[in-house]
Design a protein around this ligand. Sequence first.
Ligand SMILES: [Zn+2]
Length: 109
Amino acid sequence: MMKDIHAMKILDCKPLNRYDFSQMRNMWEPVVYEVVAELLERNEMCNCHDCVLDTCALALNSLPARYWILGSYDAFSPPEKFIGNPDNIRLAEEAVLRAYRLVQQNPHH
Ligand SMILES: [Zn+2]
């Protein structure tokens, strides 16, 4: 079905090309990226491209996907609440540290 996963070409073709998928985001991404940014700033992880992306991918795969449509305001659970939730931040920290330990065992760099 999806022949070119890199370009996500299926979204450029009928019938899906009339919908704006760019607004659909996994809300764990900003939380995980924030944790990784802090580790990098403190020089607590390898800063090469492979280690950073592998760590992010592994961490995100280990967390339950939480997709949101940006701009569609949800009064009950706005994205800011999810991103700033201390429990979510702690879960993301644990996921990133676990992921980075795995990456270090078999680094691609
Ligand atoms: Zn590395």
